[in-house]
Design a protein around this ligand. Structure first.
Ligand code: S3P
Length: 445
């Protein structure tokens, strides 16, 4: 838990029609990977549109401590002078990843493959999250890893690794990516076989940096295979453009759909198939979301989204789509409160081990604001719009950025303002949240 003195609460009031255009900040997943892969490449890479959230800044600091020079240019681009996958040095102090699960898990993989020693630490929330899902496959490859009851602090000690074929028992792009990053330093073919395919940004970006990586589907598995015929992967420095984050777009998106009369354009939103589950679900619920100016940017599809207020209806959201919108359930649950009828969401087990127990936080936050629901171990059923949304509740965010942003959006359509106990963590992923929402006409103070 953070000290109470660091908390800053905020409240959102019922809004009148939202309007205007807003540009989304860079994608968090891609920003982490851009810094890590540019550091592991040989030569200088320039990165445009990097998300400057606290999570990515923690990854930047960690890569600096591993011997990479990274600086921000006057034009806002980030310059990364890479050292090659085997050029990293053991840091002299523990690597502190703050709140960032993606940063810590990916860099554990990188460090294991680089043959150096490092200790990994984080804040109270990150220190309670499971790390064995990454350490188990890394140990199978030969890594020497010590954890504290499966959690941080974790210590990795240099050891030679061998190639592996691993089937993760959770749907997690962080696990897949950690194995692929460890495999950069390993001769032979390393593969991850996913029963449920997760976001593929590591695979796409590794290919962009020149790695020999293939992705196939076989016998119901999605397989990502990295091949090193003669030794460590030789990554080539590359300039990158980071596309806008669909997980951040989720908040102004549900706000525009639910606040009567709204008509907004959200610019620069990435449309990767493994990240667009929320858009698909909201369209099925009757949401008017139009894709404008579809284009390619940074190896990904990007579009501007025109979003208009819509009468949403409750639907069944099957577990098969959960991985494609795993970070968007707080936003969907809030949108579902404004829908006609019940929205049932299945396959939510992983929400229990995010920045907070998100399922419990969503349940408590909706109840505190008069929204009827039922919830189980890995499912949630929200009964929308029965008598409008009362609001007036204080939401415990548990220092979780997405819980804070989602419930501030609930306040925009509630009879009474909705208050969240803390907003400091919003800076981990969406530092411009208040400015962007205010620019569209939302009253959040
Ligand atoms: C991420 C993967 C997901 C997601 C997280 C970012 C990534 O986590 O929740 O916000 O960038 O690989 P899991 O791998 O734990 O599902």
């Amino acid at each position: 838990m953070q000290a109470a003195s660091q908390q800053s609460s905020a409240q959102a009031e019922r809004a009148s029609a939202l309007s205007g255009q807003a540009r989304l900040p860079g994608d968090k997943s891609i920003s982490h990977r851009a810094i890590i892969l540019a550091a592991a490449a040989t030569g200088t890479s320039m990165i445009k549109g990097l998300l400057e959230g606290d999570d990515v800044l923690a990854t930047i600091n960690a890569m600096r401590a591993l011997g990479t020079t990274i600086d921000k240019q006057d034009n806002g681009d980030w310059r990364v002078c890479g050292v090659g996958p085997m050029g990293f040095v053991s840091p002299t102090a523990p690597l502190d990843f703050g709140n960032s699960g993606t940063g810590v898990r990916l860099v554990m993989g990188l460090v294991a493959g680089a043959g150096i020693d490092a200790q990994f630490i984080g804040d109270a929330s990150l220190s309670a999250r499971p790390m064995e899902r990454v350490l188990t496959p890394l140990r199978k490859m030969g890594a020497q890893a010590k954890a504290s009851n499966g959690c941080l602090p974790v210590t990795l000690t240099a050891a030679p690794l061998i190639a592996t074929s691993h089937v993760p028992n959770v749907a997690s792009a962080q696990v897949k990516s950690a194995i692929l990053l460890a495999a950069l330093g390993v001769q032979g073919d390393s593969e991850v076989r996913e029963k449920i395919a997760t976001r593929d940004h590591s695979e796409t970006m590794l290919a962009t940096f020149g790695a020999d990586i293939t992705t196939t589907e076989e016998d119901g598995y999605y397989i990502a295979k990295l091949q090193n015929k003669t030794g460590p992967t030789d990554l080539r420095a590359t300039d990158l453009q980071v596309p806008g984050d669909p997980s951040s777009a989720a908040f102004p998106l549900i706000a525009a759909l639910t606040v009567p009369g709204s008509d907004v354009v959200l610019e620069n939103v990435m449309l990767n198939r493994r990240r667009d589950g929320l858009i698909r679900v909201l369209r099925d619920m009757g949401g008017a979301i139009e894709l404008l100016n579809e284009r390619r940017s940074g190896g990904e599809s990007v579009a501007d989204l025109r979003v208009r207020h819509s009468s949403l209806r409750g639907i069944e959201v099957g577990s098969d789509i959960a991985a494609d919108m795993i970070d968007e359930f707080p936003a969907l649950a809030v949108a579902a409160a404004s829908a006609d009828g019940a929205t049932h969401m299945a396959g939510l087990g992983e929400l229990r081990v995010k920045e907070s127990d998100r399922l419990a936080a969503i349940e408590a936050g909706l109840k505190a604001n008069g929204v009827a629901l039922e919830a189980g171990d890995d499912w949630l059923r929200v009964h929308g719009k029965q008598n409008g949304i009362a609001g007036g509740g204080l939401v415990a965010t548990h220092h979780d950025h997405r819980i804070a942003m989602a419930f501030l959006c609930l306040g925009l359509v509630s009879d009474q303002p909705v208050r969240v106990d803390d907003t400091a963590m919003i800076d981990t992923s969406f530092p411009s949240f208040f400015e962007l929402m205010g620019g569209l006409g939302a009253k959040i103070v």
